[in-house]
Structures are given as C-alpha cells and as structure tokens.
Write a protein that binds this ligand. Structure first.
Ligand code: BV8
Length: 246
C-alpha cells in the first residue's frame, strides 16, 4: 500500500483522476470496453465540433439519450464515488478530484473540490451569448437559451475531440505539487488526461496509484496498482489511506 512520506508533508496533497469505469457499476456505459459506446458509434460522428456542424440533430440525439440514462431513477453514485467524497472530507490535506466523466455522480456522492475537465452532460452552452446553464431536458435545434432567450445556438457543455479540456492550468499546477496521484476507472487512451501520471512521475515526488478493472495503457507508469471493480477496491484503498494517516 502507498505510504505518503510523513516527514515531507504530514497531510499530503492528493490528486485523483477518474474515468468512465468508476461509473460503470452505477449503470453508465464505458467507451472502450467490449460493447462500449465507441464500439457502436464513431467519435467522428458524434463527439467532434465538425460532427456538430455537419449533423447537429444526430449529436443532440446522442447526448439526449445519455442524459436520459443519467437521469433515470436507477442510476446513482456507487461505493467508489462515496469513498472519494469521504476521503475529501476526512483527509487533512487537499484532495482535488479531476474527472473525465460528464455525469454528476461525484457531486451527488458529496465531492466538492471537483473539476469536470471534459465538461458536464447536464449543462448547456449557448453559442450566441456563451452562457452556460443547467440543462436536464432533451436539447434540439430550436431549444431556447435560458440566458439570452435566443433559439438555435445551444450545444451540450462537453469537451469534444480536438477541443481544449477545461481548467488545464489549475490541473497541471495541482499535479506539479501533489504527493499522491490516484487514477481510477480510466483506460489511459485519451490525452491530455492520459499524460497526467507521467507529469507526476516527472516531478520525482508524487506516488502514483492505479485502481482499475484491468491494467490501463499507462499501467507501467504507476508505482502501485490494484485491480478489481471500483466499488470494491476504492473503498478499501481509501480506508487504508485514512488508517495509515493516524
Ligand atoms: C485536445 C467528453 C488539444 C465527451 C471526451 C496527445 C496530446 C493531446 C491530444 C491528443 C494527443 N493524441 C491524440 C490527441 C487528441 C485526442 C485524443 O486523446 N485522442 C485519443 C482517442 C487518441 N484528445 C483530444 O482531442 C482532447 N483535446 O487534446 O485538445 C487542443 C490544443 C490546443 C487548442 C485546442 C485543442 C480532448 C479529449 C476529450 C474528448 N472528450 N469526453 C463525451 O463524453 O461524449 S473523451 C472520453 O474519453 C470521455 O471523457 C472518457 O471519460 C474519456 C476517457 O475514456 P475513459 O474514461 O478512460 O473510458 P474507457 O471506456 O476508455 O475506459 C474505461 C476503463 O474503466 C477501462 O480501463 C476499464 O477497464 C475500466 N473499468 C470498467 N469497468 C470498471 C472499470 N474500472 C473499475 N471498475 C469497474 N467496474
């Protein structure tokens, strides 16, 4: 198990990266597992600015279906989401949670110090006024912006391929100063997120831990790894970390 060098920083700053795997047991699909989202639909058709320009109705339909799935009654945070919220509340140092996920399960579990680097499924961006608002309904070409009242300019507020992820400066600052980097439920295929572990290794200071169902693309960069379903291994890891602290 990871030990944070107490002499160096009694509390330790933790940065956590999560991906679609942490939400799998909550009933949301991953992307690259067998039968995952990208096995049924092409990134180029639904998750790029060019796709939205070419066929906005198809892109709206793709995200409307995922939004309806996320808002269904049987989708709720699982024990892994809850364990990360517990870590944030009980750990004496800073815990920053950076998620690639566009669902709101971390918030619903109680996490607060959270960055959605790939945006949020439940928010809309207006291309007319640049306003960002909560959006829980289906979105269509004639949907009206709640901020400026104009129609025809709304898109889901997520980061498509070829677009710059959000809050990268804040993320890189946190990676440069962290004592522990934990990567959970991500295949390590998508950049720049997939490069975070190498950033931490490059500082020569932070321990790096992978908690995943199976080794990711970047598994060799991690100083420690535990494999299994997130709802099982994440609560155990958090409990051990909190026990070691005392
Ligand atoms: C950008 C939002 C530049 C939309 C997403 C090198 C450097 C920089 C960029 C690139 C580069 N090389 C290539 C690129 C371009 C590209 C990229 O990385 N392409 C890949 C395919 C090669 N990157 C970009 O375009 C990024 N932008 O670089 O901009 C720039 C510079 C200047 C100015 C402007 C721009 C933007 C990338 C963001 C794209 N948007 N999502 C949406 O969700 O629809 S990415 C998408 O992939 C999701 O966010 C998803 O979270 C993310 C990563 O996938 P994972 O979360 O890892 O999910 P996956 O299914 O792959 O894996 C699941 C894992 O969970 C598996 O390992 C599995 O084993 C595990 N698992 C399963 N069940 C469980 C489990 N683990 C635990 N328990 C379980 N029960």
């Amino acid at each position: 198990m990871t030990r944070i060098d107490k002499a160096q920083s009694p509390s330790g700053r933790i940065v956590i990266l999560t991906g679609a795997g942490i939400s799998k047991e909550s009933g949301l699909e991953t992307f690259r597992d067998p039968g995952g989202i990208w096995s049924r639909v092409r990134i180029e058709d639904v998750a790029t600015p060019e796709a939205f320009t070419r066929d906005p109705e198809r892109v709206h339909g793709f995200y409307n279906a995922r939004r309806q799935g996320l808002l269904s009654d049987n989708v709720r945070p699982n024990a892994a989401h809850l364990a990360l919220a517990r870590l944030e509340s009980e750990w004496p140092g800073e815990v920053l949670l950076v998620t690639q996920n566009i669902d709101d399960l971390h918030e619903r579990a109680g996490s607060r110090n959270l960055i959605h680097m790939h945006g949020e499924l439940l928010r809309a961006l207006c291309l007319h006024c640049r306003g960002v608002e909560v959006w829980r309904d289906d979105m269509a070409l004639d949907s009206v912006c709640p901020t400026c009242g104009r129609a025809g300019g709304l898109r889901v507020n997520v980061v498509w391929f070829g677009e710059m992820p959000f809050e990268m400066e804040r993320i890189y600052q946190a990676l440069a100063g962290c004592d522990l980097f934990i990567s959970i439920g991500t295949s390590g295929n998508v950049y720049p997120a997939a490069g975070f572990v190498a950033e931490v290794r490059g500082t020569g200071r932070g321990a790096t831990v992978e908690l995943n169902l199976e080794p990711s693309e970047g598994h060799s960069h991690f100083t420690e790894s535990h494999y299994g379903p997130a709802s099982e291994i994440v609560p155990i890891f958090v409990e051990t970390l909190l026990q070691e602290r005392t």
